[in-house]
Design a protein around this ligand. Structure first.
Ligand code: G3P
Length: 220
């Protein structure tokens, strides 16, 4: 499964990248608003840090405006994936982007029916928001399973990008469900490496290492 970081923060993207586990980056207007810097500038910087798909979201909601904005975003770097909301006008734009060879990430997906239509329109990625489904008393992972099954049943090339991941269990469940990718906040990436038994075991090894005698110095 590909692992993306869901962030607009260059420092944390750099840190995650240095761990060697990041295949790409996703952003959204809410994440970019936190940094208060122009979208195109931040996306260009992210593309210099991570050599993989970088999702940049349009804020237009009408087909022609989505196309104009998406084409501008796609010009920033060859790795930019245009993130488009799952609305009628968005799907119309996705179809045209696909014909132009511009990759898309269809976002704000909350049902298998929406995901099926996004695949029909030619989406490169579909982003089911599992955490927000759970927040509304639904089952986000069941949604991922349904989408993976439907795409497999019909051989759609659209990749499932599990999003709105809130904790390590979501990450493992996405992998078990066969999601092609999951995008994780930096906080969750940090949680994934931690295990109390790793910390206890390491402390013991380091303590025992101090008891190992040094080699006697060689006489000339
Ligand atoms: O990738 C979508 C993600 O950023 C949404 O996450 O936690 O705001 O539901 P969240």
């Amino acid at each position: 499964m590909k692992v993306f970081i869901d962030s607009g923060d260059i420092a944390e993207i750099r840190e995650a990248q240095s761990m060697g586990v990041i295949d790409g980056v996703t952003t959204n207007p809410s994440l970019l608003a936190k940094g208060g810097r122009p979208t195109k500038q931040v996306i260009a910087e992210i593309c210099e840090v991570v050599d993989g798909p970088v999702s940049a979201e349009v804020v237009a909601v009408e087909r022609d405006a989505i196309l104009r904005e998406g084409r501008e975003l796609a010009k920033i770097h060859r790795n930019v994936v245009v993130k488009v909301p799952l609305i009628d006008e968005g799907l119309k734009a996705v179809r045209i982007f696909a014909a132009e060879g511009i990759k898309t990430n269809v976002t704000l997906c909350f049902s298998a029916a929406q995901a099926l239509l996004a695949a029909k329109a030619g989406a490169t990625y579909i982003s089911p928001f599992v955490g927000r489904v759970d927040d509304a008393a639904g089952d986000g992972m069941e949604l991922v399973l349904q989408i993976v099954t439907i795409y497999r049943n019909y051989g759609f090339p659209t990749q499932v990008l599990t999003a709105s991941v809130r904790h390590p269990v979501h990450f493992v469940q996405a992998a078990l469900a066969g999601s092609h990718a999951a995008t994780l906040p930096f906080k969750v990436i940090k949680q994934l490496t931690r295990h109390p038994l790793t910390d206890v075991g390491l402390a013991q090894f380091l303590a025992d290492a101090k008891k190992i005698p040094e080699m006697a110095p060689r006489t000339p």
